[in-house]
Ligand binder design. Structure first.
Ligand code: PMP
Length: 360
């Protein structure tokens, strides 16, 4: 059976080279005589896997020594609670910018533990943009300032970070980590679920500045304390060992591609293929304001619901799958993460052109 071009928003395509390498190593890893899945998380071999993965991510993202890299569980959604539980510790309040469902969920969860100040929102236009910020609305005494760097559902991204002064900036990078360069020193904490650009679902990467550790609210469950995981180098309990191994192989793949800068360039070219076509078409239409367009998730619509449905069906028959947009936006969404080859995007655009010619 042939592999399809999978435009899923996540879990999504992984690099074929890494899948094949994992297949080779599936039953016996190196000279260990066992699968990574069968290995004690306290074994020397696994510790090596974990430490290599951390070191490679540190290299790839230029993460300074005063940041800890944690491999946790519970997905992005658990971070929505861990962040306030651990960081809302001085003034019990935080600033949030609501740029989509995930930011909204994060703000709602934080509101269970303290005061949430919604600095700005683009809900009024179905999150088709990153909202304008009025700095006078920033709370200088907020314990942190929260943003979602790439909005998976709506296809927007922050291209310029807010000027938050000394307030720690917290970023959800679930759907754009390793897709573009980022200055980690601008952040107090950055997190990402693995299931888009990093590997299989099950691992959550948290990068946290050391001075933010150790002040969790008293009632915080032990497993939800960043400092516990930092002190134990992500081995407080059994971590998602296979996911960490796989992610490590993806980090090596990213390095072999030339690192994050090289992938960013490739991603910009891939995204431009789609956006240029959308801009030139009088049939297909992108749903996002141009200045805020995502490199990873590209939502678009046709003039009618019937045409949307027809497009999705015919695309699926041609091997372009998972193009249905999120129910709150409708239409289509092409997620083109790091592992989506340029040929996949070129083939999709060619199919869109053909569909336009046949149906307009
Ligand atoms: N943040 C973003 C930007 C996401 O795209 C998602 C899920 N797709 C989440 C958070 C939630 O992640 P999880 O499903 O791992 O809890």
């Amino acid at each position: 059976m042939e592999r399809v071009f999978n435009f899923s928003a996540g879990p999504s395509m992984l690099p074929l080279e890494v899948l094949e390498q994992a297949q080779k190593e599936f039953v016996c890893y190196g000279s260990s005589g066992m699968s990574v899945m069968e290995m004690s998380h306290r074994s020397k071999v696994f510790e090596g896997i974990l430490e290599k993965a951390q070191a490679d991510l540190r290299d790839l993202m230029h993460i300074p020594d005063n940041y800890k890299i944690l491999f946790l569980q519970g997905g992005g959604s658990t971070q929505f609670a861990m962040i306030p539980l651990n960081l809302m510790n001085k003034n019990n309040k935080a600033d949030y910018v609501v740029t989509g469902q995930w930011a909204k969920k994060a703000a709602e969860e934080a509101a269970r533990y303290g005061k949430v100040n919604i600095v700005a929102s683009s809900a009024d236009t179905t999150f088709d943009r990153i909202p304008e910020l009025d700095e006078s609305k920033f709370d200088k005494h907020a314990d942190y300032f929260y943003i979602t760097l790439n909005n998976t559902i709506y296809g927007t991204r922050w291209t310029k970070l807010p000027n938050v002064g000394d307030v720690p900036l917290v970023g959800d990078m679930s759907s754009s980590i390793l897709s573009e360069e980022i200055d980690i020193t601008k952040f107090g904490l950055l997190f990402a679920g693995a299931q888009k650009n990093l590997g299989p679902a099950g691992v959550t990467v948290v990068i946290i500045r050391e001075d933010l550790l150790g002040n969790a609210m008293d009632f915080t469950p032990t497993m939800l304390k960043y400092d516990i995981h930092a002190k134990n180098n992500s081995l407080y309990n059994t971590p998602p060992t296979y996911g960490i191994y796989f992610m490590g192989r993806v980090f090596e793949w990213v390095k072999a591609q030339g690192g994050v800068a090289a992938l960013q360039k490739r991603n910009e070219e891939k995204a431009a293929l789609l956006y240029d076509f959308l801009d030139s078409s009088a049939f297909f239409r992108g749903t996002v304001q141009k200045k805020d367009r995502s490199l990873m998730n590209v939502p678009f619509v046709l003039p009618t619901e019937e045409l949307n449905a027809k497009f999705i069906k015919e695309a699926g028959e041609k091997g372009f799958v998972n193009l249905k947009g999120h129910r709150t936006v409708g239409g289509m969404r092409a997620s083109i993460y790091n592992a989506m080859p340029r040929e996949g995007v070129e083939a999709l655009v060619a199919f869109m052109k053909q569909f336009e010619a046949e149906n307009k």
